[in-house]
Design a protein. Structure first.
Length: 96
């Protein structure tokens, strides 16, 4: 089973402060990104302890996908939130 499978409480610094969404990942590469805006579907790929999660946000006018890339070390997640202005550090801890 991939090291990233399970639930993760992330710490994502934003202009509004630190957000703490939950990223839940299944072994088949599906998942949910739960934030104050609601649940968003995730498609993840795994490579050993590395994970790339693509989160799709659908709006009335368009759909956009953002990516979270990380490495798992035990119950710790270290990675980046990939944005148009570059990567931003993301950390997290396993909750399930």
């Amino acid at each position: 089973m991939p090291a990233a499978v399970g639930g993760w409480r992330l710490q994502i610094p934003t202009t509004r402060g630190v957000e703490q969404p939950v990223l839940a990942l299944a072994a088949d590469g599906t998942g949910i990104f739960q934030s104050p805006e609601g649940p968003l579907p995730v498609v993840a790929t795994y490579d050993g302890n590395d994970v790339m999660a693509a989160v799709t946000h659908k709006t009335v006018m368009t759909n956009f996908t953002f990516r979270i890339r990380g490495t798992i070390d035990g119950d710790r997640f270290e990675g980046a939130w990939m944005t148009v202005d570059g990567p931003h550090a993301v950390t997290g801890e396993r909750i399930t």
